[in-house]
Design a protein around this ligand. Structure first.
Ligand SMILES: NC(=O)c1ccc[n+]([C@@H]2O[C@H](COP(=O)([O-])OP(=O)(O)OC[C@H]3O[C@@H](n4cnc5c(N)ncnc54)[C@H](O)[C@@H]3O)[C@@H](O)[C@H]2O)c1
Length: 276
């Protein structure tokens, strides 16, 4: 689902983007939005359902099955973008996995190292690999990098130790890369609060996918609604476009107010059941 015809302003016309974690959730919504705004997108995911985007969006999307933890796969993705469209303007590192909020004391010691390597491999290392593989093209295009962080990137209790530490690391990557690549490439992040998706868990912890939205999540949010994945896509479009030209090194918080919620009530004008 893109923007209604009348609302497309083509602010990404002529741009070529690579986006990881494209098969579902927030990533899929951003691919649709980028295409609606005029971009061509290499849509990357380890899940082969990413090919559905090609069926839906046609020649504007090049779906690719790849593991973002692999240098060779990242090289192949960048090469495919060059071959198909001749340039890379935007790299969106969005693929991620969760630890299902597993506390440290509930992780058996021997599982910790493989779990760390698995989760940090996807949530942190893959971002460096993806950026590195596209870097010359991004510099040549004076492009833009956007990394998906999280509420958990600046707060406790948005995940377990592994997820929270990994998303704090994403903030560090945004800031360091923004410094290293200025003035040629802008580097920013988006920190969502909650979206109704099912993130893959950490296999080394024996986890499958789990719901991001829990009982009570909606009521805890100051804005009192769990946003659809589409609700985040405009922020990613902004950062990729000329509208974001003065922004680098920023992590844009889009958390429905989670980081400013109150104690007595989540928001000052939120009515509690006791208020009648
Ligand atoms: N859903 C939320 O509430 C929420 C909140 C804050 C941040 N986030 C972040 O948003 C991003 C997108 O997550 P989502 O909620 O849309 O979930 P999602 O599971 O729908 O999307 C993540 C995608 O990454 C892919 N992926 C996982 N490992 C991969 C690998 N090794 N190689 C390639 N692709 C891989 C998955 O197959 C999946 O399609 C993640 O970085 C997540 O941490 C989500």
């Amino acid at each position: 689902m893109g923007l209604p015809e009348g609302e497309r302003d083509g602010r990404l016309d002529g741009k070529v983007a690579i986006l990881t974690g494209a098969a579902g959730g927030i990533g899929r919504a951003v691919v649709r939005r980028y295409v609606a705004e005029g971009a061509k997108v290499v849509a990357v995911d380890v899940a082969d359902t990413v090919h559905r985007l090609g069926d839906e969006l046609g020649d504007s999307v090049l779906p690719m099955v790849a593991d973002v933890r692999s240098w060779e796969d990242n090289q192949a993705v960048a090469a495919a973008a060059r071959e198909r469209w001749g340039r890379i303007d935007v790299f969106v590192g969005n693929a991620g996995i969760t630890d299902a909020a597993r506390p440290l004391e509930e992780i058996p010691g021997p599982q910790l190292t493989p779990a760390f390597e698995e989760l940090f491999g996807v949530n942190v290392l893959a971002l460096m690999l993806g950026v590195r593989a596209s870097l010359d093209d991004l510099i040549a295009a004076r492009g833009s990098i956007i990394l998906t962080g999280s509420f958990a990137g600046a707060n406790a209790a948005g995940g377990g130790v592994l997820y929270t530490a990994s998303k704090h690391a994403v903030l560090g990557l945004v800031r360091q890369l923004a410094y290293e690549l200025a003035p040629d490439v802008r580097v920013n992040g988006v920190a969502p609060g909650v979206a109704p998706t099912r993130l893959r868990g950490t296999a080394a912890l024996g986890q499958g996918a789990s719901d991001s939205v829990l009982d009570g999540t909606r009521a805890a949010l100051p804005l009192q609604e769990v946003p659809d994945p589409e609700a985040y896509s405009g922020v990613f479009a902004l950062l990729a476009s000329a509208d974001g030209e003065a922004m680098t090194g920023s992590m844009l918080t889009a958390d429905s107010g989670l980081s400013i919620r109150g104690i007595a009530r989540p928001g000052g004008r939120v009515r509690r059941p006791a208020d009648g």
